[in-house]
Write a protein that binds this ligand. Structure first.
Ligand code: ZN
Ligand code: ZN
Length: 371
């Protein structure tokens, strides 16, 4: 039982930049584990915090898409050992409420993750002697993190940590939206609006499901190149003609369309991209309190199903290892998601790149040394 000093990316509670500082990470309590983080993706949900769009307690240790190695077990932890490689879950479900027992941990009614605390309501992190809060109860932009053991999913040792980290958020979100929420079947036509980490994961899921065509839309030509490498059959640079081009390519609308940005301007356009009887799937997370208008008569008349997806509607303990196995078998090209490997000090640059829409996914990688 010991405390670790840990270099971490901190959101101080104001402004739109993170600061790199040294925090103290306490020993894991009962049912928790200490993880040495090896990789942490830079995800849009972190950016919502920096933009002031999602309120969180501060100072906040950022990062919720992480992977690493278990270095210490709290009391009573079973099923994990020191040395295990793990991918972290940001939706730290209780596993005992009705939703959890119904196979819907994303709908857990006893969730503390959004409060950025452990299940007992406290934090193991401190900055200059005061409490600090792990973002979504993960805080993976830090050399060390404490998480509930149930939120650390054991992964194969041969899986690269960068890939393991992305499975923890964007991959689980994107592939799950395809298979769990939209239940896409072979031969269905699909449109994906936004080709960041989540959108590209949706495209990979669509390819696995046998969808065709798979139409990728983005305002950045480089991301469209990646989308084609990830399995898209068509790539459209977003402009005033996008909706018409989608109609032409799908002969009147896709079977299913996904919005992977959370943009209040692109979300209301989504039902217009699908044919009568089709599905419009909301995957990207908008700012808090975003009110988005839909033409309800059009939805009803054309029988459009709007599906809201949270964390891919999946089960991390079941799905993370499946995605790892598909990657290791060469069936899921997750390396294409990673546009850049960066240090903690470069995280602000990565958020700026995200704001400009320039890159798919930056991943913070941590030094292999010091445990
Ligand atoms: Zn995320
Ligand atoms: Zn629960």
């Amino acid at each position: 039982m010991s405390t670790h000093s840990s270099t971490a990316a901190i959101y101080p509670g104001a402004g739109d930049r993170i600061e790199v500082a040294t925090i103290e990470v306490g020993a894991p309590h009962r049912g928790e584990v200490l993880v040495q983080i090896k990789a942490s993706g830079v995800c849009g949900s972190d950016r919502h915090v920096l933009e002031g769009e999602w309120g969180v307690p501060s100072p906040t240790v950022m990062g919720h898409e992480g992977a690493g190695v278990v270095v210490e077990l709290g009391e009573g932890v079973t099923g994990l050992d020191v040395g295990d490689h793990v991918s972290l879950v940001w939706n730290q479900a209780c596993l005992t409420c009705v939703a959890c027992q119904s196979g819907k941990p994303w709908a857990c009614t006893d969730l503390r993750s959004n409060d950025c605390v452990m299940p007992d309501g406290t934090t193991r992190l401190s900055l200059e002697g005061a409490d600090a809060y792990p973002y979504l109860a993960v805080g993976s932009m830090s050399e060390f993190a404490v998480v509930p053991a149930s939120a650390a999913i054991r992964m194969p040792r041969e899986l690269p940590f960068e890939v393991s980290a992305l499975i923890g958020c964007s991959v689980h979100t994107g592939l799950g939206a395809v298979s769990n929420n939209a239940r896409v079947i072979a031969g269905e036509s699909a449109v994906v609006i936004g080709c960041g980490g989540v959108g590209l994961s949706i495209i990979m899921g669509l390819q696995l499901a046998g969808a065709h065509p798979i139409i990728a839309v983005d305002r950045n030509a480089e991301k469209l190149e990646i989308a084609l490498a990830a399995g898209a059959t068509h790539a459209l640079l977003a402009d005033d003609e996008t909706a018409v081009r989608i109609q032409e390519l799908t002969e009147g609308g896709a079977d299913v369309a996904f919005e992977a940005i959370g943009n209040p301007h692109t979300i209301p356009q989504l039902p217009g991209h699908v044919r009568p009887g089709g599905r419009a799937v909301l995957v990207g997370m908008p700012p808090e309190n975003a009110m988005i208008p839909f033409d309800v008569l059009d939805l009803c008349y054309r029988g459009i199903t709007v599906i809201a997806s949270n964390y891919g509607g999946g089960v991390p303990a079941r799905d993370f290892p499946r995605y790892a196995a598909l990657y290791l078998a060469g069936r899921l090209p997750l390396d294409t998601l990673i546009s850049k490997r960066i240090t903690l000090g470069e995280v602000n640059d990565a958020f700026n790149a995200m704001r400009s829409g320039a890159e798919a996914r930056s991943v913070v990688v941590f030094d292999e040394s010091d445990v």
